[in-house]
Design a protein around this ligand. Sequence first.
Ligand code: FES
Ligand SMILES: [Fe+2]
Length: 344
Amino acid sequence: MFLRNAWYVAAWDREVSKDKPFARTLLNEPIVFYRQSDGTPVALEDRCCHRHAQLSLGVVVGDNLRCGYHGLKFDAAGACVEIPGQDRIPPDARIRSYPVIERWNWIWIWMGDPAKADESLIPDWWWTTHPEWACTRPDPFHMRCHYQLINDNVLDVTHLAYVHSSSIGSAAINEFPMTTERVDGKVRMTRWIIDRPAPPMYQGFGQFNANVDRWQIVEHQAPCFSVNFAGCADTGTGAREGNRSGHRIDLMALSAPTPESENTTHYFFCFVRGFNLQDATTEKMFAEDFVRVFREDVVVIEAQQRRMESLPGAPQISIAVDAAPMAARRMLDEMIEKDVRTSR
Ligand code: FES
Ligand SMILES: [Fe+2]
């Protein structure tokens, strides 16, 4: 079951245009997106109320969308405003319209009761558009898995040692314990790896002369928003105590996997860095090498999903690294339960 009264990332801003409709299924609901003439994004049900043609096969006409079958025209609120060949428009000639907001270069959609859509619930991912940070915005992955497997993956950073051993992984990760806490409606996982060599990719970025102090901090908020704060600094320069002045690299991976269905997901993510802001080589490394690192997860997670489908109900065990993913699942379960109770 999905959390209905919540924002989800629906699309990158660049995916939705004034020129033609854009179709995407979210939480099992087929949705069509377009932009009005002033650029405002619109999300409507992708089903004409006449004979159920897909409106995404129609055309954008100014601020409205025309069905490509018999020409009914709908406004941004989902009301039919024109039926070719007749003057009368029946009152039930309308389709569902979804609240949307453009923020952090994404288009966010509210999938529940429009009256409950509260902008302040969108994560405050201000670094993505702040001039002191550079943001790399890859295309989303379409993944054959339940979105919670992606939440689990980003909340468990021990997998770096095995899945990403050639890039951001290092055996040292497992030497240092992590802590999991629930604060301010978020699950936070923290691990500091002190006085160890930088992993290969960080070494490439930072050219460290000796060992580093490395942080892995993940903050997750339901239903599917995670920030992985990552980086490292010359060892002993006080990074853990909050000293940001030493030689260091500082980056974040932002994850927003939006369910398409129970077993497929549109995985939106981006990278934010606080170093080499204008450097084209660094940008290329994030756009290509770091995306390749994420593709290593896709292989593992999709195989995991296939096995779960082929052996439904087979037992699992839980280990220490599951603390943060399990805390996030509990938090989401509580929110879904409350959402269902208060929506009755
Ligand atoms: S199905 Fe859309 S106008 Fe007929
Ligand atoms: Fe990973």
